[in-house]
Design a protein around this ligand. Structure first.
Ligand code: IMP
Ligand code: ZN
Length: 364
C-alpha cells in the first residue's frame, strides 16, 4: 500500500543496504510522512469536503516528488502552515503513523525511536495525551500485525520520544515532561529538544530537563545540538551539556573545538548524524564528502547513529544514508556493519532490546 522512497546507491562491495538491519534514532514523526501518504489523506478529506483542506493544495503539488531543497527558513513553517492542517484528526494521525512505521520497516529498520511534539487537536476533541495514546495504539497495531505475518525479515520495535519545542514556554515544556512521566514505560522512553534553532531564548527550559532525569529514572534525553550557527554558540552548548545531562546529541554541526573536546571527554555520547538532511537543507557547507561524519567517525568513544531526521521532506531513507557513507567515505562491508551496531548501546529502549539487537544485527 505504501511505497518507501528508494534511492539506494550501490556501495563498493555491493552491500544490500535495505537488508542491513538498521537502528533509526532520529526521526520526527510529522516530517517522516511520505508525500504519497499525505496525498492519500488529502484525497480522503477532499472526498469528505473537510473544512481543513478547502484551500489546501494537493501534497503532490505543494511538495512535488523530487523537491528536497527546504532550508531552515522554509522547513519549519511547512509543518504549521501545511502538514499539521492535513494531520488534524485521530484517523489521519493513525493512518500517517502506520504509514511511517511501514516505510521504516520496509527499509530494514529493526529498531525505531520516533519523536514527536505532543499536539492537541481541539477540532477533533483530542488532547495532547490523546495524541500520544493514538500514536502508541498505532504502534501496537503495527507490532501485532508484524508478529502475525510470515515475513522473514526481523520485526521492528518502536519506542516514542516526546519533543519539547524551543519556542515552548516553561508551562508548555512542563506539560511535555508530565506527559513523559505519564507514558514512561508505556511506549515513551525519552525527551527531546527540537524546533527552530533561530529561537535562541531557551534558558528557561533548563529545569525541565534536569527534573526529567531526577523524577523519571531511566528516561533518555536527546538534544538538537549546534544544528545552526545561531544555536551553536559556546554559551548555548555549554548550557545544553548540563541539561539532564543529555545521553545523545543531534546533528553536532556548529561546535567549537572546546565544545567538541567536552563531548569527547564525556564518552559514550550518542551522536545522531543526518547527512541528507544537512546537505539538502544547506546546514553544512559543501556536499556529502564534506560532512562532519568523517571527523566524528575517527572519535572512538562516541557512538555514531545515522538518522533520516525527516525522510518525508528530505527524501532519503536510512538505507540510503548508509549507502552514502559507504560511497563518500569508503567504508567496507564490515565497517558498515560495525557502524550500524554502534547504535545499540545508545538506544533508550532497555537492556532486553539491546540484547535482541546484538543477536540480530550483522557483524560482517
Ligand atoms: P512532529 O514533532 O512529529 O510534529 O514533527 C515535526 C516537528 O519536528 C517540527 O515542527 C520541528 O519542530 C521538529 N523538527 C523536525 N525536524 C527538525 C530539525 O531538523 N531540527 C529541529 N526540529 C526539527
Ligand atoms: Zn531533528
Amino acid at each position: 500500500m505504501f511505497n518507501p522512497t528508494t534511492e539506494v546507491t550501490p556501495g563498493a562491495e555491493m552491500i544490500d543496504f535495505r537488508a542491513l538491519p538498521k537502528i533509526e534514532l532520529h526521526a520526527h514523526l510529522s516530517g517522516s510522512i511520505s508525500r504519497q501518504c499525505l496525498h492519500e489523506v488529502w484525497l480522503k478529506k477532499k472526498g469528505e469536503s473537510a473544512q481543513s483542506v478547502v484551500d489546501l493544495p494537493d501534497p503532490l503539488i505543494e511538495m512535488p516528488e523530487g523537491k528536497h531543497d527546504y532550508d531552515l527558513t522554509t522547513f519549519f513553517p511547512l509543518f504549521s502552515r501545511y502538514i499539521y492542517r492535513l494531520v488534524d484528526t485521530k484517523w489521519a494521525l493513525t493512518y500517517t503513523t502506520l504509514s511511517v512505521l511501514q516505510d521504516f520497516a520496509a527499509d530494514g529498520v529493526v529498531y525505531l525511536e520516533l519523536r514527536t511534539t505532543p499536539r492537541a487537536m481541539p477540532q477533533a476533541a483530542l488532547s495532547k495525551a490523546d495524541y500520544i495514546q493514538t500514536i502508541l495504539d498505532a504502534i501496537s497495531q503495527f507490532e501485532s500485525a508484524q508478529s502475525l505475518s510470515h515475513d522473514a525479515n526481523p520485526s521492528m520495535k518502536t519506542n516514542l520520544i516526546l519533543t519539547i519545542d524551543r519556542r515552548n514556554s516553561l508551562p508548555e515544556a512542563e506539560e511535555v515532561l508530565s506527559l513523559t512521566k505519564q507514558f514512561f514505560n508505556k511506549g515513551v522512553v525519552g525527551l527531546d529538544l527540537a524546533g527552530d534553532p533561530a529561537r535562541t531564548e531557551i534558558q528557561h527550559l533548563a529545569p525541565v530537563f534536569q527534573k526529567a532525569k531526577r523524577e523519571i529514572p531511566g528516561v533518555g534525553v536527546t538534544l538538537h545540538f549546534g544544528e545552526a550557527e545561531s544555536s551553536g554558540t559556546d554559551d548555548e552548548l555549554d548550557m545544553l551539556l548540563l541539561w539532564g545531562p543529555p545521553d545523545r546529541l543531534g546533528h553536532v554541526i556548529h561546535l567549537s573545538e572546546g565544545i567538541k573536546e567536552k563531548v569527547i571527554r564525556r564518552g559514550g555520547v550518542g551522536l545522531e548524524l543526518c547527512l541528507s538532511c544537512n546537505v539538502r537543507a544547506g546546514m553544512i557547507t559543501g556536499d556529502y564528502g564534506d560532512h562532519h561524519f568523517q571527523e566524528w567517525y575517527k572519535v572512538k568513544n562516541c557512538n555514531i547513529v545515522l538518522g533520516t531526521d525527516d525522510v518525508g521532506v528530505f527524501g532519503s531513507p536510512l538505507s540510503n544514508e548508509y549507502a552514502l557513507v559507504a560511497e563518500h567515505f569508503g567504508l567496507s562491508r564490515s565497517e558498515i556493519c560495525a557502524l550500524a551496531r554502534q547504535g545499540i548501546d545508545v538506544i533508550f529502549g532497555g537492556e532486553e532490546e539491546k540484547e535482541r539487537l546484538r543477536r540480530l544485527m550483522w557483524h560482517e
